[in-house]
Write a protein that binds this ligand. Structure first.
Ligand SMILES: Nc1ncnc2c1ncn2[C@@H]1O[C@H](COP(=O)(O)OP(=O)(O)OP(=O)(O)O)[C@@H](O)[C@H]1O
Length: 345
């Protein structure tokens, strides 16, 4: 199992240009799938290109399994890095059969061994028996799985996936993500998935590294990133957030929605409390600690988002309501908070 370690990575596109990567640190344990998640322009592609060796860093190092690929005085060319790449749209060679696409990077093996390895890879991605087909005879999702088989065939030390599900329509995406994830698990490869899609990062990866302005601002399990975001920006970027002014009092936060237990005992005396909309519950208007007027209802089938203008609060809050929906805009409602809150300075 090979660990990826990135330390102090910096990059500017020109002497007077700002740093796109600014001392970025990231460690991915061997065999883990890490999602690098960030808004457009935060430096994700730049990071991927430096790891792959297509671009030189200004400072910092990239080490895979203890082997320095990029570092002071070191810049291994891409072909010597043992990195497999799954590009955005699969990018299979259109004139080669599936089998020859998968076998493309298998040098130094005799014909029988190449064929065996190719068959193993097709089996791994659930496409055994597709070797004779041409790429245009495959669906978009199948092409992506073949692209992964091609990247994994030479047993790379690391696999990089560059927004690989973008071109797939949403009905197909969840299934292909799950297939790719299980194929990566079975192969035991360490992998980095670049994405700007929060749902994709949270549902696919073992670790989520949130990047802002060329730095990793938080790297944690999907649950930790969602439930304990490093700051209000991360909270809003990885999901819907309810942010409320609050005062701490003996391990609790006093807010316009009532008194809420805090996750961490210690913290600032005043600040912003973070809740998720699913922690809020609509109740009858009379008995609740807080009340307000429904201003909007968006129905999604599995749940609905209800916006409420709360008495005494400047900003409205969103409540995720599950089950049959019994409220309409204009109606009075109570709000109750479940669980604990996180208080940021
Ligand atoms: N070759 C280049 N020359 C100059 N500036 C560049 C070059 N490539 C990228 N940049 C700039 O570097 C910044 C980061 O770009 P990068 O492509 O790494 O971001 P990203 O997070 O991958 O964005 P996206 O999600 O939109 O693909 C952007 O401001 C971009 O304009």
């Amino acid at each position: 199992m090979t660990e990826l370690r990135i330390e102090g990575l910096s990059k500017a596109y020109g002497p007077d240009a700002p740093n796109v990567l600014d001392g970025l640190d990231l460690t991915v344990p061997g065999g883990a799938l890490a999602a690098v998640l960030g808004p457009s322009g935060c430096g994700k592609t730049t990071l991927l290109r430096i790891i792959a060796g297509f671009l030189r860093a200004d400072a910092g190092s990239v080490t895979v399994g203890g082997r320095v690929l990029t570092g002071p005085g070191v810049h291994l060319p891409p072909e010597r890095r043992r990195i497999g790449i799954v590009p955005q749209e699969g990018a299979l060679f259109p004139h080669l059969s599936v089998e020859r696409n998968v076998a493309f990077g298998l040098t130094g093996l005799d014909r029988t061994a190449r064929r065996r390895r190719t068959e193993t890879m097709l089996d791994l991605v659930g496409l055994a028996g597709y070797g004779e087909r041409m790429p245009h005879e495959l669906s978009g999702g199948q092409q992506q799985r073949i692209s992964l088989a091609r990247a994994l065939a030479p047993q790379p030390a690391l696999v990089l996936l560059d927004e690989p599900f973008n071109a797939l329509d949403s009905a197909l995406r969840a299934g292909v993500r799950a297939d790719v994830r299980s194929a990566l698990r079975l192969s035991g490869a360490t992998a980095v998935l670049v994405t700007h899609d929060q749902q994709e990062a949270l549902s696919t990866a073992d670790l989520v590294a949130v990047v802002r302005d060329g730095c990793v601002v938080q790297c944690d399990t999907p649950q930790q990133v969602y439930q304990r975001p490093a700051d209000p920006w991360v909270a809003g970027f990885v999901g819907d957030a309810v942010l409320l002014p609050a005062t701490a009092d003996n391990g609790k936060a006093v807010t316009a929605l009532g008194t809420i237990p805090l996750m961490r005992g210690e913290g600032p005396a005043t600040g912003t409390v973070l809740l998720r909309p699913e922690q809020l519950q609509l109740t009858d208007a009379v008995s609740a600690a807080a009340g307000g007027t429904v201003t909007d209802v968006r129905y999604f089938g599995h749940d609905a988002m209800v916006t409420v203008a709360v008495d005494g609060l400047d900003e409205p809050v969103d409540v995720r309501a599950v089950g049959p929906l019994a409220v309409q805009p204009g109606q009075r409602t109570g709000i109750r908070v479940r669980g604990e809150a996180l208080l940021h300075a």
